[in-house]
Design a protein around this ligand. Structure first.
Ligand SMILES: [Zn+2]
Length: 244
């Protein structure tokens, strides 16, 4: 079992006697029986996996802030299968597939930023002054549920980023918006104002920095790419059908 320090340092968990208030959480490595939950391809599969492996009492994955949850998934990967993660990414310039390996626990490969400032954060836009704040694990689950239902109703994918951004909005010109108002507000934002919001979110972002500088093996250009979470993340070196 290993104790980790959360990127939020626990300060976002403000209810009385919250088990994460000290920013520490204990995880155990995955067991053979835990791999079974990965077979179900549902949105909450990673929450279920984390719930099995979180040792700290009274902590549920759904209560974790997204940034803390992502950090824990990487740490769970490292203590369960090893620190090296190999994946394939396409070079944005020439489309060549590059094979890449990072060491999850190596700070040069994978930086983890601690939370430095508490929200809400104010952004002055051309048409409005808004405040935004980090979304809770509960809000994140709500967004996932709504997007899934919308897909059924409208048979098309809504831009998930619109719903994620809308959920961060706390006030518009001093008023608390309803979920629908916030979604419509984001949809109608000029791209210039949207960029202001994104800049503010980037400035105060914390947690795993999951992009890195890729030097392409084929065209040698350097570009910033995100580390993909592929099926080999939690099931590395599995041969298809080996355990049928
Ligand atoms: Zn290239």
């Amino acid at each position: 079992m290993t104790v980790f320090n959360l990127p939020s340092q626990g300060v976002l968990y403000t209810s009385e006697n919250h088990p994460l208030a000290d920013g520490k959480i204990e995880l155990r490595p995955m067991k053979a029986k835990d791999e079974q939950v990965l077979v179900a391809n549902t949105p909450d599969v990673l929450d279920k996996l984390l719930n099995r492996c979180i040792v700290s009492e009274g902590v549920q994955a759904k209560d974790l802030y997204h940034q803390d949850k992502m950090f824990l998934l990487y740490m769970l990967r490292a203590i369960s299968y090893g620190e090296d993660y190999s994946f394939v990414v396409k070079c944005p310039d020439c489309n060549e597939k590059n094979h890449h390996t990072i060491n999850i626990l190596n700070k040069d490969h994978m930086a983890v930023n601690s939370l430095e400032k508490l929200g809400p954060f104010t952004v002055e836009m051309s048409g409005a002054v808004i405040t935004w704040d980090f979304i809770t694990g509960e809000q994140e689950s709500t967004i996932q549920r709504r997007l899934k239902n919308l897909k059924k109703v409208r048979r098309e994918d809504e831009g998930a980023y619109i719903y994620n951004y809308a959920a961060t909005i706390r006030t518009i010109d001093g008023d608390e918006p309803s979920p629908k108002t916030a979604i419509d507000f984001i949809k109608e934002l000029s791209v210039k104002d949207l960029a202001l919001l994104e800049d503010s979110m980037y400035e105060y972002r914390f947690g795993i920095v999951n992009d890195f500088i890729l030097e392409c093996e084929s065209c040698f250009s350097e570009s910033e790419v995100a580390i993909p979470l592929t099926e080999t993340f939690f099931r590395p070196n599995r041969r298809v059908g080996r355990r049928q």
